[in-house]
Write a protein that binds this ligand. Structure first.
Ligand code: HEC
Ligand code: HEC
Length: 201
């Protein structure tokens, strides 16, 4: 019994140190390869570069692999991410994802348009049954924090969110099957309202 307990504690410690090491290696790679664009610890003020801090690791892993195998192919993905992703091993990708997931997410931005914000909040929370739009929070979470392969949207740059929502009308992110259906029920004004609400979370 005693030996078993000691053995379990030992295993927990080994597992914990493996996690720390993955984060450390991720942190080194981040500084060498990613920080230039994505900012320190995956938070940036430039709307061109998405926030990575606090993004669930499984989502990040999927995206990095989709850049590497060139299945995520919108213009900025091709221009900025294909080259660098081709240099990453599976282990690098895992380590980077562990690193970013553990970072403090960027704080929410300012609400500059109250009407847009409220419209976005209602859509995010309730969807629009008449147009076949499910509530976003059923997948992205109550606080837009994301989970597993579903991304965090809270605190993401407004312009980046809007660009991606428009990408879902085409075929440049083939893995985003649910999103392709969902955007069909949304107008341009809806997309703008949602992006404004989400950047402020
Ligand atoms: C030269 C600038 C640049 C560098 C360096 C760079 N990125 Fe990016 N990254 C971008 C841009 C721009 C986008 C947004 C692409 C788009 O809009 O489609 C992006 C998107 C991403 C995304 C998708 C985020 C999301 O919310 O879907 C991930 C993940 C990512 N980068 C990880 C990394 C990692 C890891 C590194 C380092 C190995 C890195 N990037 C290096 C510019 C860069
Ligand atoms: C059925 C689950 C589901 C629902 C409902 C849903 N999403 Fe998503 N969404 C996803 C998944 C999964 C992804 C990641 C797709 C991928 O891997 O490319 C995603 C991706 C996104 C992205 C891209 C984020 C990034 O960092 O590039 C945005 C923006 C987004 N969703 C907004 C919304 C909004 C707004 C709604 C409500 C109108 C919504 N989603 C409803 C599952 C969902």
């Amino acid at each position: 019994m005693k030996n078993n307990t000691r053995y379990s504690i030992g295993l927990v410690l080994v597992a914990a140190s493996m996690l720390v090491n993955a984060g450390d290696r991720g942190s080194v790679l981040d500084k060498q390869l990613c920080e230039l664009c994505h900012g320190p610890s995956g938070t940036t003020t430039s709307e061109l570069f998405p926030q990575l801090a606090g993004q669930p690791a499984p989502y990040l892993i999927n995206q990095m692999k989709e850049f590497r195998d060139k299945t995520r192919s919108e213009e900025n993905a091709r221009r900025f991410m294909w080259g660098i992703a081709s240099r990453l091993s599976d282990e690098d990708i895992q380590n980077l994802a562990t690193h970013y997931e553990a970072q403090q997410p960027a704080p929410g931005g300012k609400i500059t348009n109250k009407i847009k914000y409220e419209t976005g909040k209602t859509l995010y929370t309730n969807g629009n049954a008449d147009k076949g739009v499910p509530p976003c929070l059923s997948c992205h979470g109550e606080k837009a924090e994301g989970k597993d392969a579903t991304p965090r949207l809270g605190g993401q740059h407004e312009a980046y969110l809007l660009r991606q929502l428009k990408v879902f009308y085409g075929n440049e992110r083939p893995a985003a099957i649910a999103m392709h259906e969902i955007v069909k029920g949304l107008s341009d004004a809806d997309l703008e309202a949602l992006a404004h609400y989400l950047q402020a979370q």
